[in-house]
Design a protein around this ligand. Structure first.
Ligand code: PGA
Length: 248
């Protein structure tokens, strides 16, 4: 049985004041339950979030990291620095990184190696555009993203995959539970042939306009093991609704 994971990607939102308020409300509302919960603030709010979450059952992660260990790479943050702060998770290959920062599968693979080397837990994001879905390429695109990112990795025992159709991110459109399940089953099939991955133990999250009202139907699907939540993660009530749906 895979333990559900609900992850909140805060993207480029927040201030010291709003982080304190949001985490205060989440910590008060998250009971000890059978769901892993993690939040992903901006780099500048990570230390504050870790301090606030001490003793609570909410883990803190980063939205990205460098593939390099250190050096003259202005603006970059190394996996080791995240580890040093007490981060537990790192999101890699989010479609906004792929789109606005031209991240390739090769770069994501090298970031994944850096994250794994530090003992951090990776959430590798994959997903097709609307054009790719409409032309019948969705499964092939996602399979090639997975193959490109996971190839030649040393240890992927803690790997989490997030399937986020690009057309559903921040748009209010969600894949239907059946569409999502079909893709999650196809992803699990890809994981079966990947080296160092135990496909049945690997959690596959769904992401893209997840909210309290659609979470339960998504989580009912056998291969959907939780959610990567954007917009709704900025509202404690909405995020708690999703966590509660995962706990059912
Ligand atoms: P959304 O974002 O929930 O706002 O669609 C999800 C994500 O980008 O991870």
């Amino acid at each position: 049985m895979r333990r559900p994971l609900v992850a909140g990607n805060w993207k480029m939102h927040g201030s010291c004041t709003s982080v304190e308020r949001l985490l205060g409300d989440l910590i008060a509302g998250v009971a000890e339950q059978q769901v892993d919960v993690a939040v992903f603030p901006t780099y500048v709010h990570i230390a504050q979030a870790i301090g606030l979450c001490t003793g609570a059952s909410i883990a803190v992660g980063a939205q990205d990291c460098s593939c390099k260990a250190s050096g003259a790479f202005t603006g970059e943050v190394a996996a080791q620095m995240l580890c040093d702060l007490g981060c537990q998770w790192v999101i890699l290959g989010h479609s906004e990184r792929r789109q606005y920062h031209s991240e390739s599968d090769e770069l994501i693979a090298s970031k994944l190696a850096a994250v794994v080397e530090q003992g951090l837990r990776p959430i590798v994001c994959v997903g097709e555009t609307l054009e790719q879905r409409e032309s019948g390429q969705a499964e092939a695109v996602v399979a090639s993203q997975i193959d490109g990112a996971l190839r030649e990795q040393a240890d992927l025992s803690g790997l989490v995959i997030a399937y986020e159709p690009v057309w559903a991110i921040g748009t209010g459109l969600t894949a239907s539970p059946e569409q999502a399940q079909d893709m999650h089953a196809s992803i699990r099939g890809c994981l079966e042939t990947a080296d160092g991955v135990e496909s049945n133990a690997t959690r596959i999250l769904y992401g893209g306009s997840v909210k309290g009202s659609n979470a339960a139907d998504l989580f009912e699907q056998p291969d959907i093991d939780g959610a990567l939540v954007g917009g709704a993660a900025l509202d404690a009530g909405a995020f708690l609704e999703i966590i509660n749906a995962a706990a059912q």
